[in-house]
Design a protein around this ligand. Structure first.
Ligand code: ADP
Ligand code: TYD
Length: 327
């Protein structure tokens, strides 16, 4: 039986899932608890390839000649809804087996940006596939693994849409009705499993949303072991730099040497940065799968790639080069 804790973040696009998952990760680090931020689709090398396909369709693979039987299938034809559901399920199967389960086995706290509830909300709520079938497909892919806690960041999609300036992907390009059906489906799921879900009003500012999540996370992780050296949070760093300054002031009174100030500040900053990196690498012990830094890189890479546009020929190449990096 695994000793970790599995937490997911759900909600419509732009609700703030990525922002809050990262906040949770930073918070847990300050408590000395090892956590891993990951996401669906795209939490594994194979998942990145699937992500390209589900978010951009065949436009992601312009070099592939598309033929079907005697008829040529137009590459601009959209994916069938069942194909889409299977692709998200395949991404999840790989993600659970390669990343989530091993991390939970190690006793880590897994912070997952989207999981099974997204399949039900989008493929059933949005695409109108049978909810029982989508749910069973996801359960099978995930070998029954469910989060212990799901934060549903609930916000009107019209509001969250304004937060995202990127070129819309396949899913984001669906109309307002689709997005509001997805939101309703999430809310229904949350009502059905109140012990797992915490519904968070995500229309509020980032800090307020985080306060709600933090309060719950404190309780949820109260019995989790401290397994890394606590990383100082921003406040502690600010406090220590105030102490540094006052020390420096005293020092200045005696020597009035500005270069000492700079040397002291630079030294402490570098030390902190080095400590963080070393701890992540050594303590997380995720090198065999995907460590935090790699996971963040993948997130960053994808965001950047999406910034570059959906139909550019570089899309599949970029994915291929990411796969190379991920292995
Ligand atoms: N509560 C919030 N209020 C205003 N802007 C937010 C809020 N949460 C996130 N954002 C901003 O909205 C954008 C999308 O946030 P992100 O966390 O990536 O959402 P998601 O992962 O749900 O798509 C980012 O620019 C982020 O800084
Ligand atoms: C995990 C999952 C995601 N999706 C959709 C939701 C998103 O529109 C898209 C993932 O895009 P992504 O950019 O990761 O989402 P966000 O902008 O919210 O961070 O895939 C599904 O339709 N089904 C699923 O099972």
């Amino acid at each position: 039986m695994s000793s970790g804790l599995f937490i997911s973040f759900e909600g419509v696009d732009g609700a703030g899932k990525t922002t809050q998952a990262q906040r949770a990760h930073d918070f847990l680090q300050t408590k000395g608890m090892r956590s891993l931020v990951t996401r669906e689709p795209g939490g594994t090398p194979a998942g990145l390839a699937i992500r390209e396909l589900v978010l951009h369709g065949m436009a992601a693979f312009p070099s592939i000649a598309v033929t079907g039987g005697t008829d040529v299938v137009d590459a601009s034809d959209d994916l069938n809804a069942r194909t889409e559901a299977l692709l998200y399920a395949a991404d999840r199967a790989e993600h659970v087996a390669q990343v989530i389960e091993p991390a939970l086995e190690r006793g880590d706290i897994v912070l997952c940006d989207r999981y099974s509830d997204s399949s039900i909300a989008y493929q059933s709520g949005g695409r109108k596939l049978d909810q029982g079938e989508v749910s069973e497909l996801s359960r099978w892919a995930a070998q029954g693994l469910k989060p212990a806690r799901t934060y549903l960041l609930d916000v009107d999609p019209l509001q969250s849409h304004d937060r995202v300036n990127d070129e819309p992907d396949r899913m984001e390009a669906e109309g307002d009705d689709f997005q509001s059906q997805v939101r309703d489906a999430f809310l229904l799921l949350a009502q059905q499993e109140p012990e797992r879900f915490v519904i968070v009003d995500a229309s509020r500012p980032i800090e307020e949303v985080w306060q709600t999540i933090q309060a719950d996370l404190e309780t949820l992780t109260a019995d989790m072991p401290v397994n890394i050296a606590p990383v100082p949070d921003d406040e502690e760093l600010a406090d220590s730099s105030v102490e540094d300054e006052s020390d420096d002031d005293l020092y200045d009174d005696e020597s009035d040497d500005e270069s000492d100030d700079e040397a002291a500040d630079d030294g402490s900053d570098d030390d902190d940065a080095d400590e963080d990196t070393d701890e992540d690498d050594a303590d997380a012990g995720l090198d065999d799968d995907m460590d935090d830094a790699e996971s963040d890189d993948i997130l960053d890479d994808n965001v950047n790639e999406e910034d570059g546009g959906l139909t550019s020929e570089s899309s599949a190449d970029a994915a291929a080069s990411q796969l190379g990096q991920g292995q």
